[in-house]
Design a protein around this ligand. Structure first.
Ligand code: HEC
Length: 215
């Protein structure tokens, strides 16, 4: 369990670091020292699958970094939401549900895309870095809201399935500057892996939906 906690943190920390960097323009130390102004480009070395292109922000990241801590203008917000919504690809066969047991493993796995990961091994979703999911798992982050009883509380209407798939594919479709990784849009998880994670969230047999409400 301790090992998993470390892996999860190791995935979450670079994200928090990047978020933190966005606020640096008001930092007097960063303005004084050139090496503190751009610590990523001076310290990051390409290694394995982690190439230098990762330092290039896409438009969404650039805009969200620029407005971190400030209100995003409505036109930019709507443009991000539109392009993110347009990016979503729904399952070709119209079936949103895979295997919850495989989805459980994907949610628990914090490896993938790092320089020392084998690119031939499928990536994990590392959902527990940010969300509480199955109630019997005690190591979880709280950047995202708890997903305990997700399917039990929301049901499986077409609208809920599409909403959740869109969240997983590209969370910026609902929150322009979401801090949730774009699992589908960025190719972190495959269509089948996303279906398995959906089953973990919705299947009545999944431990996610086994929490007994505390009275
Ligand atoms: C780096 C943190 C992070 C990771 C990793 C992450 N999420 Fe999220 N997630 C969030 C945040 C933050 C939100 C809240 C809304 C937002 O930012 O848009 C969210 C929202 C959601 C929602 C919408 C919940 C609701 O009540 O409508 C779902 C579903 C979800 N996440 C599922 C997942 C799954 C499944 C995984 C793993 C494949 C995952 N998340 C990985 C941060 C994360």
């Amino acid at each position: 369990m301790k090992h998993f906690t470390f892996v999860r943190l190791s995935f979450a920390l670079p994200i928090l670091f990047l978020v933190g960097c966005a606020a640096n323009s008001n930092n007097p130390v960063a303005d004084e020292l050139p090496q503190a102004r751009d610590p990523l480009s001076t310290s990051f070395k390409a290694l394995g699958q982690a190439g230098l292109e990762r330092l290039q922000q896409d438009d969404t990241q650039r805009i969200c970094s620029e407005y971190e801590g400030r209100e995003l203008p409505t036109d930019l917000m709507m443009a991000i939401i539109k392009s993110s919504t347009d990016s979503v690809v729904f399952p070709a066969d119209g079936n949103f549900m895979g295997d919850w047991e495989t989805g459980k493993k994907i949610a628990e796995t914090g490896t993938g895309l790092q320089s020392n990961d084998d690119p031939s091994i499928p990536n994990g979703g590392n959902c527990y870095a940010c969300h509480q999911m199955a109630p019997d798992e005690f190591a979880y982050g709280t950047l995202g809201l708890p997903l305990v009883n997700y399917g039990k509380l929301r049901g499986t209407s077409e609208a809920i399935l599409k909403y959740t798939w869109t969240r997983l594919w590209n969370s910026h479709a609902y929150n322009a500057c979401s801090h949730m990784p774009r699992f589908g849009a960025n190719g972190v998880l495959s269509e089948q892996q996303l279906k398995d994670v959906m089953a973990f969230l919705f299947d009545p047999k999944s431990p996610v939906n086994k929490e007994v409400a505390v009275q």
